[in-house]
Design a binder for this molecule. Sequence first.
Ligand SMILES: Nc1nc2c(ncn2[C@@H]2O[C@H](COP(=O)(O)OP(=O)(O)OP(=O)(O)O)[C@@H](O)[C@H]2O)c(=O)[nH]1
Ligand SMILES: [Mg+2]
Length: 486
Amino acid sequence: MSTENLLEQARALLIRTMTFYRDDPRTSTWLRGRVERLDQPLRIAVSGRVKAGKSTLINALVGEELAPTDAEERTQVNTFYQYGPEPKILVHTPHGAVQNVPVSTLDAGTIRDLQHWRPDEVVRLVIEAPSPGLQAISLIETPGLASSAVQETGRSALAQVLSEADAVLYLTRHPHQTDLQFLQSVHELQIARSAPINTIVAFSRADEVGSGGPEALQSAERIAERYRNDPTLRAFAQHVIPVVGLLGQAAATMTDAELTALTGLAQLSEADLDALLLSADRFANSTGPESIPPATRQHLVARFGHFGVERALTLIRAGSGDAKQLRSALLEESGLNALQEAVHQQFVERQQALRARSALLAVDMVLRANPRPGVHQLRGEFERLVANAHEWEELRLLSALDSGQVRFTRPLQAEAKRLLGAFGTDPRNRLGRDENALAVDLAEEATAALSRWREQAVNPLHDRTHREAVRTVVRSCERLVAQRPS
Ligand SMILES: Nc1nc2c(ncn2[C@@H]2O[C@H](COP(=O)(O)OP(=O)(O)OP(=O)(O)O)[C@@H](O)[C@H]2O)c(=O)[nH]1
Ligand SMILES: [Mg+2]
């Protein structure tokens, strides 16, 4: 059995496909781009309906206000935010030309102007920024789907997103039916079905749920929980997370002046503060308190939202006095920490499996679009890799274990997750040993785990789902036995 990892096999197949099409410059150039991408930061598409809060969330994730958020018209152009040593804007036209727009700083205004070009004038904007938040991942904002378009153009828009990104962060304000259908259509593609490992759903603008009071996030969490248990959604999204992107963005980019204003407000008497916080309108426009003038309060509501201001004041009064404490408490309350954690666990840690998926998707697209004599060998190799992609099986089983679709008894459940790589994919992590563990101990532990799980495989009490799950764990153990720890 080959234990060479899936990514390397997928890369090799991608390169062979490129060689096979070398007399077709368009195809081979496209494929070369895909090969190069395997060594670039992971690409995550931020997708969803118009005004779902995509740009705001991108800023919250990057920790800077790069993406224009207050645009009245909707964004028409795919906008890539990626790391670069200096600020840079590249404009891609439909004919393949790339123009460099000279900039010394990146301001949302310039980006906004460029985003208003029509799709037949500009097909893609690439914003390069020296932001630490973009070193491990690149983010792509896709044009917001109009509600009618979710169904109509859903598939083609989606095919586009899929071919551009390794993973999808889908934002929805109300996870209703059309969004589910849209997401499901992603899932219909062959690779997507084999590897439903690349989608996180963010339940966005969660502060607006219900009447939008301080309890909004708890209501949003209850709704999210319902969707997590929805079998349709669970089949392709591993996480449904409520987020208040606006608060996340404000917390991540909070200024000293904002902190000073918030601290000043927190010193008001409880009665005055309660009266002031009755509504966003009252907060922003009432004449008093004079120490914090209306203009400052208007600024605070615009930046943090009414929910965010209320949370910030409550936290300051409870003792989160300095900027660092307040920022981290607000990032927690906005759901941004949970989202970052999910992105890390599901996408960054699993990037090899996601990159392999993208590479195979590219091969599949080319073989379908340009069939010619001799492709059957490549197609055969493609099918073999997809069928044997054990990494994807591990991810599927991990999410089934997390969602409760599959359950082992107590000690086995934890061990299965560890062996499947939930706490790190290195042999040491999988075997629950630290970095000082000796190779011989690891080998011994791997053999012991394998025989334990082989016993489970013949347990007659297990149903089919269970037997398949056990087989996946056994296969992970077999790989650990075959692997030489480095
Ligand atoms: N209350 C609240 N408002 C938000 C939140 N996120 C975004 N908004 C507001 O919603 C509006 C749209 O936000 P954007 O981030 O521009 O949304 P978008 O999905 O990028 O919009 P398009 O690209 O134009 O489709 C802006 O006025 C934001 O301030 C949130 O978490 N809470
Ligand atoms: Mg936007």
